[in-house]
Design a binder for this molecule. Sequence first.
Ligand code: FAD
Ligand code: NAD
Length: 467
Amino acid sequence: MADFDLVVIGSGPAGEWGAVQASLAGKRVAVVEREPVLGGTAANTGTLPSKTLRETALHLSGFKARGLYSVDATLRHEATVSDFLFRERRVKQMERERIHKNLQRHGVTLFQGAGSFVDAHTVAVKRDGAEVARLIAGTVLIATGSTPYRPPMYPFGDPRVHDSDEILDITTLPRTLVVVGGGVIGCEYACMFAALGIPVTLVEVKNDLLNFLDAEVGQRLRDCMETLGVRLRLGQTVESAHVPESHSEPIRLQLSTGEVLEADQVLVASGRTANTAGLGIEALGVKQGKRGQIEVGLAYQTAVPHIYAVGDVVGFPALASTSMEQARIAVEHAFGPGKRTLTPILPYGIYTIPEVSMAGDTEESLRARSIPYVVGRATFETNPRGQIIGEKQGLLKLLFHRDDMKLLGVHVLGEQASELVHVGLTALLTGSTAQLFVETCFNYPTLSEAYKAATYDALDQVRVSSA
Ligand SMILES: Cc1cc2nc3c(=O)[nH]c(=O)nc-3n(C[C@H](O)[C@H](O)[C@H](O)COP(=O)(O)OP(=O)(O)OC[C@H]3O[C@@H](n4cnc5c(N)ncnc54)[C@H](O)[C@@H]3O)c2cc1C
Ligand SMILES: NC(=O)c1ccc[n+]([C@@H]2O[C@H](COP(=O)([O-])OP(=O)(O)OC[C@H]3O[C@@H](n4cnc5c(N)ncnc54)[C@H](O)[C@@H]3O)[C@@H](O)[C@H]2O)c1
């Protein structure tokens, strides 16, 4: 008989909530975590640290006060690195404790050490290479996450060259920063450091930043980032990096155009690699794709039916939000009833400055499928709550089907965008039409009220075009 019905490898959001889900179904559950702390990338090096630093940067720079009192764009006081990292350390610690209590409360047994397969039903737990436990598992959930990809051209041992993990250990704030990679991580950190008044240059090999965004919103975000002080080098890449030993000399990065960028520090954010090395899954027949990502079916089952894989280790969309849901779905499938699949409409929240969030279609995706649509817009500047909080850049953009006014897409840029999107997300998931926002009485004054304004804007356009 198995020691555990479920052995989970990894304690990030996927591991934590997969374990809890199985425990709620009355199963005997173990979690194996190789780090001395729980929580994975989300708690320790990614989601929560970066979001906390963003809030800190906004606070230290007096950024939010600017729209209210016309304060200039200089720091309220010279921020030190310990000012910058103080809350990040606290939030991280509180999250680790929360996860520990959550697993304990649900009767999950914890093993500290690196998990690897001995055979398809046996997981060895090793610390410093020595086996400390061997667990027989009915079902295994691989939730080992991902780590930053490190292009070989950068000397990551140098204290001025960072990936998104090491940026959290900086000992001095950069005087100038080059960010390589304009994905979500690159854009978020570029904004954060720029808000602190640090000159930032962002190098992205594609001609566009975050090209999954609705093009109008993406353009607006780029404009805001440039206004914030982020210099963009799009369609370019770094050909060579010279990092002198002497820290009084700048780092020199030669771009594909020949331009040489000088910087005090560099952040490389050009993608991530799945944590599968050393798991021993190749011998079991579990299939892997690009950068080690595990291939899975709809319910996150690998090629070996009792082994599931969820979260970053399976690749796109690689979010904390989706990782938790994938884990719940996999566990429901393993222990029944198991009919659920991941919701087809996912929200995306990008914590740039300003924040951007979306769900559903973009204008571009609707045009590509020849779906007739109408756009409704409401700016936060014309919203009373937007006026009160001094939010000048914000926009809510709704896309409706032109024939039946069914909501097809929601795009928000500005303060609280990642919260505001949920009103639209719920409407999308329930197949609602413009009528929902016409009939809803929103709190006043609120940013949410922009849903009504954007809906009337769309209805106006239908009226004008059919007049
Ligand atoms: C800078 C940054 C910002 C982000 N911001 C957001 C955001 O705002 N919103 C969002 O939704 N997502 C965000 N993400 C993505 C999010 O952090 C990940 O999608 C999420 O953490 C993935 O969860 P996971 O459980 O799959 O993996 P992880 O959180 O990476 O956890 C995996 C765990 O497995 C452990 N492990 C690995 N191998 C083994 C082994 N062999 N044995 C035992 N344990 C092992 C690791 O130590 C780790 O604790 C961000 C990521 C980064 C890097
Ligand atoms: N708010 C959020 O939801 C959030 C925040 C941060 C990270 N994440 C997740 O973390 C994951 C990783 O993010 P990421 O930004 O590292 O990876 P990514 O793959 O999303 O972006 C990497 C970017 O770097 C560019 N790039 C690659 N090589 C380059 C080079 N040599 N020169 C210039 N540009 C180059 C790529 O074109 C791409 O745009 C993503 O899956 C993301 O969803 C999510």
